[in-house]
Design a protein around this ligand. Sequence first.
Ligand code: SF4
Length: 697
Amino acid sequence: DSADYDEAVNSVCPFCGVGCQVSLKVKDGRIKYVEGINGPANEGRLCVKGRFGYDYIHHPHRLTRPMIRRADAPPKGLNVDPGDLSTHFREASWEEALDFAAGGMTRLAQAHGGRAVAGFGSAKCTNEEAYLFQRLIREGFGHNNVDHCTRLCHASSVFALIENVGSGGVTATFNEIENADVAIVIGANPVENHPVAATYFKQFTKRGGKLIVMDPRGVGLRRFASHMLQFRPGADVAMLNAIMNVIVTEGLYDQQYIDAYTENWEAEKAHLADFTPEAMAPVCGIDAQVLRDVARTFAGAKSAMIFWGMGVSQHIHGTDNSRCLISLALMCGHIGRPGTGLHPLRGQNNVQGASDAGLIPMFLPDYQSVTDDGVRRAFTDVWGSGDFSNEKGLTVTEIVDDIHAGHTKAMYILGENPAMSDPDVDHAREAFAKLEHLVVQDIFLTETANYADVLLPASTLYEKTGTVSNTNRQVQMVRPAVSPPGQAREDWWIEVELARRLGLNWTFTHPGEIYTEMAQNMRSLDNITWQRLETQAVTYPSLSPEDPGQAVVFGDGFPRPEGRARFTPAKVIAPDEAPDDDYPMIMTTGRQLEHWHTGSMTRRASVLDAVEPEANASLHPATLRRLGVAPGDMITLQTRRGSIDIMARADRAIATDMVFVPFAYVEAAANTLTNPAIDPYGKIPEFKFAACNVRKS
Ligand code: SF4
């Protein structure tokens, strides 16, 4: 009923990587409700987060004024009341706060070199804001110590994709499942984490598609699965190599495709010889006959897709897990045709776009290497600046260690909350307390902002203009439905003002100008102008100004030498720490339907918080009985890093030796417990496996 609202504004949901388009109904300067509209990824559908998770933007805890830490503030720690910042911070004008923020970074860079200043940007921001952030660190401080949450997400998947197919994006949109007859979903729980994508997976099974679900947890899609492989945590490589062994020994591979489009097949084939299903069954916990059946089903499909999530990527062998999935698709020729492809489901609204925009320490925009002199020159020519370091920078987790080592002394953190999301958060919080100068730009006083020297109040996605890129490579425009509260400003404006105070000659007055500069050195955005995006979403690559974009890529070779994808054999590597007498269980972490990431937004969304108000851990009912715990009792979880008290829930889908903990709850922060050991290639921590002790509190 149009009488319900004054204005309807089209934008994109700020949460998961599906990128659902929304219509925001605005009345009296506030969003009253949200409806799904016909975007390419959602066709009108929304999940509970997109539909009800919006009123955090009107929450009284919003940062509405720039603030500077008081000279007489108590020592830095997790000790600021988000409802009353005055005990630690004083209000400041934008002029004073920006001068203070830039002045502190400049002072430390002059005293210790530019490397003393590092940056974390955010996948919650637009492409333009991500692009500006990496430019600010590179141009302003001359190095590449700039990263964002992809490091905690799909960094290992992207490493394997770039290594073996030449590009880090998905090879097919998730909507392509409607053209598939078989699909594997491994290490992902789309029913909770990508709910609208999950609706397409369910529809696929309704019309007869075979869904093979592989996960140590019995995730929600199992009800729709033709095969459910609840394998042992950390045994992904053993299981996948066994499936590929069957495809080799039974001659089910596509020799014609392998000859035409791949390299290193003979090495892969030889490597797989030892991984018989019978040998791997006790390792992965899946019966050899089931492994054979899955191999025949996948290889025998006319067209098949593979989807994966953090359950694959967040291991010290995360890159090897992805290498196996890539090899599996390649040997069957299931890439480059309708209904085939590789799709790591992106977790965050714009983690694809922020990565594309160069917000990573080893790559400039479009994954162009910082070690390439010609690439750096192409950017500095556009920027009108001098050269910057040709060394790959430090990642999120390495920067925390670098603070402890005394090299990084100042940070600019925009929209990230590493004091909640870093593995071993106590270690990270100690680091942030040590910083001599911390600039935090955010919408709330996050746990990280507790350690700030200056707070710059920023905007939500529903208060700004810009573009975002979803898991499908679809570039979409977001538009402001309401104004930022108080003196809060759009993030790109704050970045420009800071850059000017760092002495950079930035003249941007609108996100469209930033996009146009960005597109100059990003071939992925060819034919995708700002003007086009004002009226339509476009999938990259787009081959002409009229082409809506390519849903499926690599139909005729890969962006690698000689156009060939590569098989990279993967060995079985044990998780970093094994359960023992002191820590006999396995803890794994993740998200749940109602809450998103560190909870700073969804726990301030009234409906979502009402539906899921309390920190909880899930265990099998038999495990609870063994521990003498009833559902609803408090339990203590302890690992080698620390302990938390949390409410126990019964869940038959959890293996009896496992406990699942969502990481959204500050009062029982899962990352107090997680293992910071990292994958050597993607540098991603092993969030999905920690040896753990569980007892009644
Ligand atoms: Fe938002 Fe993801 Fe839900 Fe879509 S599926 S409404 S993008 S959280």
